[in-house]
Ligand binder design. Structure first.
Ligand SMILES: O=C(O)CCC(=O)C(=O)O
Length: 281
């Protein structure tokens, strides 16, 4: 588990450089288990490569990943990653999207992009999404390690789609996780090796934003009911600042059979006032 000083240091690195690599974030057993679960999922569900050039014709991406295997539930909650995200955003952040990124041999480099460039906010802006790229294989130059442009989250514009840029490869050992401000210019590298490059992208956003994947509709309610409470909250069964996301003044977590959700801000304000009045009497 990360110390408070480590959380602070990683968050500062992300603010300064746009990214930070947490080495050995995940144990070898977890990495092996996750890889095996991915291969099993691909096999059992007959999942193949993506159908667009951006996603990669030789890349298998499994979206809505939490529905496939309970082991995947550990990823968004991981104690060596989530605290840094919560420091960059806050404790009411959401899981925005979670998918596998398995680059097959022969996969070409992905166009350099940034993940929030379709959001009409002037750049640079506060971090609105933090992405965690989990390396489940060693990330090397030759097998498609993610390419990044350090500090580009501070640039005034997003990259031009399809243009070549000077980048560096985010090489790291399997079990490491690269966290980055999604405004950082980046893209998957080319896989010129003989082996597949296994990875996850696990992205988080503010609780006041729309998530990239619609997890409340995409994950069957019976599956979400079995999640740990924190994962339910991350998937959107939560309310931001007691205001955004309520259902008729109730916290959506109650839909999953949890007894007491958060109070709405208006109710909480009255309760606070009443308490103060009581104390004065
Ligand atoms: O595969 C990678 O290393 C990065 C993928 C990526 O940035 C994306 O699909 O948005």
């Amino acid at each position: 588990m990360l110390t408070d000083a480590q959380v602070h240091a990683y968050a500062a690195e992300i603010s300064d450089n746009g990214f930070a690599i947490i080495e050995n974030a995940a144990s070898r057993e977890l990495v092996e288990g996750l890889k095996a679960a991915l291969e099993r999922t691909e096999r059992e569900h007959g999942l193949g490569p993506a159908r667009t050039s951006f996603e990669g014709f030789k890349t298998v991406r499994i979206n809505n990943l939490l529905t496939y295997d309970e082991l995947f539930w550990e990823v968004p909650l991981h104690e060596n990653v989530l605290p840094v995200v919560e420091r960059m955003l806050d404790h009411e952040c959401l899981l925005s999207s979670f998918c596998s990124l398995v680059l097959g041999p022969g996969q070409e480099a992905q166009p350099i992009h940034e993940d929030t460039q379709l959001i009409p906010l002037p750049r640079p802006h506060i971090p609105i999404t933090i992405n965690a790229i989990w390396a489940l294989s060693d990330f090397r130059e030759d097998n498609g390690a993610t390419r990044i442009v350090p500090a580009s989250h501070k640039y005034l514009s997003a990259p031009e789609y399809g243009k070549e840029y000077d980048t560096v490869a985010a090489t790291m050992k399997a079990g490491s996780v690269m966290l980055f401000d999604s405004a950082l210019w980046h893209g998957g590298g080319a896989n010129t090796s003989e082996a597949r490059r296994f990875a996850f992208s696990c992205a988080y956003c503010w609780g006041w934003m729309r998530q990239q994947e619609n997890l409340q509709l995409g994950i069957p309610r019976e599956t979400a009911r079995r999640f740990p409470r924190r994962l339910q909250e991350l998937c959107g069964y939560s309310v931001y600042r007691g205001q955004f996301g309520h259902i008729d003044n109730h916290d959506p977590i109650e839909l999953l059979g949890r007894e007491r959700g958060k109070r709405m801000v208006w109710e909480a304000t009255d309760a606070k006032k009443a308490k103060m009045a009581e104390a004065k009497e």
